[in-house]
Design a protein around this ligand. Structure first.
Ligand SMILES: [Fe+2]
Length: 507
């Protein structure tokens, strides 16, 4: 189906006019070119499909001791099934999601993982080929998308809330998963009239158990959605605001009284997306003249109460937000000058090229003042992504952010991943300390787990891929002594591709 009557020829003309796209960027990868790339560069194992759809094994202790009081499960999610039916996706964010559990029982860690059984994947199983458009790739002769969940890969993050374990995407519904079997139970319907509406991948949980989230709707009318989920897991509030144009809004922050969404000027041009032959990513246009728009919402009414204008920039993630008594809102953001890294760099490894020339989001601080002024400045040098904070500080002033970090593409050279360190940042003081991963270990986002009462007193759990041993692994750090290196290192008997986000559930 061609939703808006745009011919394929016209769609291609739109694409040809997009200045940010490099030649060949839109095609899928091939297994052959990826295999050739992997033979040249073992780091590409980070983007290889797991050998089995389900995996389970205990981790083997390589070094150190596990803290006995650290018990619970680290849930991880990420695109994993990059190849299926001989078709390889062309963007890192496309693959069908694999949910993983690292379970700590006080003496050891066991691992389980399963490619999630989504309606999208089931439909492709039935067809015997890839038939549904993904985030950045459209397979040959695709089926029509009738609703966003038709292409829901459930591959971005995980949330445990109100007795439910959810695998999150961002363009559609949350997917409920059985925590024992990792079988899917179905999409969450927060309210009957909200079925199928997008539920973002970065929900925020406050101390009282309330979870906030956003969603972005593009068709038939661009809208930002706001969700308030009570501690028991039921919807307590819902808001929506038409915003035109609208595009990628991946994260947001909460403060004591406000929700704040920063809208990068990377916006969907509906006529591009309507063709049915253009991926969601490629339907976006970079329009720096729009600047970055900040929208501020009241938490009680979910109505907009402020708008601010910032210079153009592209970002995915925030660390945290908080507000002063005078109403000034502070937040941090991992911001890049433009979206080249998602448009181009995160495609290269799918084609067998280890090349990230423009992966350069930096750690920046934003202040939104009640008089409408908005300020942004650099808060730390280098490349910064995957920020996490002590979850007890959500919406409150924070003094620590834990990030993957690198000195920058020009300095890091060809031998390392651009995010080769785990670092502790002070929003006002830059890098406090860091530990550098060895070149053969590629780290993922590290999740903070509280221990003592003070902010930052806890552990950091860091999955990694060891490309020399061809094994997945996990580090446990003392979050206040990162520079000392991990307290414990364990490895898996198989490799796992790099994932995106996760959450820890104590128990
Ligand atoms: Fe994210």
């Amino acid at each position: 189906m061609n939703h808006f009557g745009l011919s394929r020829r016209n769609a291609l003309r739109f694409l040809a006019s997009a200045p940010l796209l490099s030649a060949g960027a839109l095609r899928a990868g091939t297994a052959e070119e990826f295999a050739a790339g992997l033979a040249r560069d073992r780091r590409l194992l980070a983007f290889a499909t797991p050998r089995a759809r389900e995996v389970a094994a205990p981790l083997r202790t390589v070094a150190g001791r596990l803290p006995a009081e650290l018990t619970g499960t680290l849930w991880r999610n990420g695109p994993a099934e990059h190849d299926r039916f001989g078709h390889r996706y062309g963007h890192w964010f496309d693959g069908d999601g694999m949910l993983q559990a690292f379970t700590f029982d006080g003496t050891g860690v066991t691992h389980r993982g399963r490619i999630l059984d989504t309606p999208k994947r089931r439909r492709e199983t039935q067809a015997g080929r890839r038939v549904l458009p993904a985030f950045g790739t459209v397979p040959p002769d695709p089926d029509a998308i009738r609703r966003p969940d038709d292409m829901n890969a459930a591959n971005t993050s995980a949330l445990a809330h109100g007795e439910r374990l959810l695998a999150l995407w961002e363009g559609g519904s949350a997917l409920e998963v059985d925590p024992e079997t990792l079988a899917t139970r179905g999409f969450v319907r927060w309210r009957d009239d909200l079925a199928g509406l997008p539920f973002g991948a970065h929900p925020k949980r406050e101390r009282d158990g309330t979870v906030w989230n956003i969603g972005v709707v593009i068709n038939p009318r661009p809208m930002l959605l706001l969700y308030r989920i009570g501690p028991a897991g039921t919807l307590d509030g819902f808001g929506h605001l038409p915003v035109d144009p609208l595009g990628m809004v991946h994260d947001f922050v909460v403060t004591e009284r406000r929700l704040v969404a920063l809208l990068p000027p990377f916006v969907v041009e509906p006529e591009r997306f309507a063709s049915g032959h253009t991926s969601f990513l490629d339907a976006h246009a970079w329009r720096p003249e729009l600047g970055t728009r900040a929208l501020v919402f009241d938490k009680d009414t979910l109505a907009p109460v402020g708008r601010h204008a910032l210079p153009a920039g592209f970002h995915f993630h925030h660390g945290n937000g908080w507000e002063e008594r005078d109403g000034t809102i502070h937040l941090d953001v991992c911001q890049a000058p433009d979206p080249q890294f998602v448009l181009r760099d995160l495609r290269a490894p799918m084609h067998g090229e280890w090349r990230f020339p423009s992966v350069h989001p930096g750690y920046r601080r934003v202040a939104l003042r009640p008089d409408g002024a908005a300020l942004i400045d650099d808060a730390a040098p280098g490349v910064t992504e995957f920020p996490r904070i002590d979850p007890r500080r959500v919406g409150l002033r924070h003094r620590r952010v834990f990030v993957l970090h690198g000195p920058g593409p020009t300095e890091s050279g060809p031998a390392t991943w651009v995010l080769q360190r785990i670092a502790s940042l002070d929003p006002d003081g830059g890098v406090v300390e860091h530990w550098s991963y060895p070149p053969h270990q590629l780290p993922e986002e590290h999740v903070f787990v509280p221990r003592g009462p003070a902010e930052g007193d806890g552990w950091l759990l860091g999955p990694f891929l060891d490309v020399a041993r061809r094994e997945g692994g996990l580090h446990v750090f003392d979050a206040r002594r990162l520079a000392d290196g991990p307290l414990w290192e364990g490895t898996l008997p198989y490799p796992m591709p790099l994932g995106l986000h996760g959450t820890f559930v104590a128990g």
